[in-house]
Each structure stands twice: as structure tokens, then as C-alpha cells.
Ligand binder design. Sequence first.
Ligand SMILES: [Mg+2]
Length: 234
Amino acid sequence: MTGDIPAFVAEQIAALSIDRERPLVLSDADEVLLQFAVPLERFLDEEGLYLELTSFRLAGNIKMKSTGKAVSQQAVAALIGEFFASKAGDCPAVPGASEALAKLSRWAEIIIVSNIPLDARQARADSLHALGMPYPLIANSGEKGPAIKAITAGHAAPVVFLDDLPQNIASVATHAAHVHRIHFVADPRLRPLLDQAEGAHARIDEWPEALEHIEAHFLAQGFAKGGLSRDGEK
Ligand SMILES: [Mg+2]
């Protein structure tokens, strides 16, 4: 039901321990922090399939190499399930993502909110850690707005949300309107397939520019970069 959070998501949110006085960055993983299309194509190739990047959707665009015909919507769902089960820990980082988050983490809290099966959460958390992004990871299911609303309840500092999917941006606009929303599409081949999502404050597809934008947003809200990093470096 709209507005509800699955119990397993609510439990992960309840277990978060963050500083409510610091700015907060809530980031999607696939096509924002981690490449998705590239490892998916590699996986599909092994299955005798390919992804045709002519529109921003998987249904209808996963095709058989032998016939060029699209596989059924059911088969797409099964393939994505299999992909996350076997490859969730195997997605390369988006260029500049870990560096930008490391800089932000000196004065902001970071939480990664990813729509992946709960089973895949540990593999994904481990790989994010190995890629230099050791931040709390929430495995969400369905629309993201209700989860973002719950995570930000009582947060005293500004919040930024990044996602590639227009429906997630729209959901956060509906359920957590106070959150600053950036529409981010990492794969250069996917960018032209999507206009700026409705409900997004900005469309930014590169991390150096996103970093600048997020820092400027926090500074404009009166927050200073003065915090110490984990290693004590200014
Ligand atoms: Mg995504």
C-alpha cells in the first residue's frame, strides 16, 4: 500500500545510528554509485541475451541473441533476480563516486538506499566497502519515498537524495518534500534516454559536479565544512 514500509526495511532504518545534527546524503546505488547496465550486459551475454539501450526500461529491451526477440516480462523479472543474487557484489564503482562521498563524509552523514533483495544486502555492502564506500546500506523494496520519510524524520540538518529512476525521485517528492532531489544517471548511454525527472531540483550525471552542488546546498543552509574526518584530517 502507498506510504507503507515493509517490516524488514523499517527494522534496518530503526537500526541506523547517525548524527541528526549533520547534513545527510541519501544515495541510490545502481547507476549512481555503482554501474548497473555494464555488469548486467555482461551477465546477459553469458545467458545468450543482450540489452538494447533504446529506451530507459528493461522490459522489452532484453533480447535473445539468436532471434533478436524480446524475452517476456516474467523472464526479465527472473533475470534481474538472478543478476542480483549472483552479481550484486560484482558491480564496478561509478567514476568519482567514492571520492565524492569521502569528501562529503567529513561533514555529512551518508546512507545508501538501494532496491535490492535483502538476501543480496551483505554482498553489496561488502563490495561497497571494498570500493571505498563503507556507509550504512538500506535494502529497500518498492517505492523509496516512505523509507526516505522515515529515515529523515527528526533530522535537524538538510538532506540530499540522489537516484537515476524518475519514479523514485517522484516518490521522494511526494513523501519527503523537504529533501533536495538530484536526478543522476551514471551511464553515458542511458543519459539521453531520460529527461530530468519531474520533482527533481537538479539533473547532474557526473560526481565532481554533484559534489559541488551538494556542498553548495549544505553551505547555503548555513552548514560549515568544519568537521574533522575519521582520520582526524581537516
Ligand atoms: Mg538506481
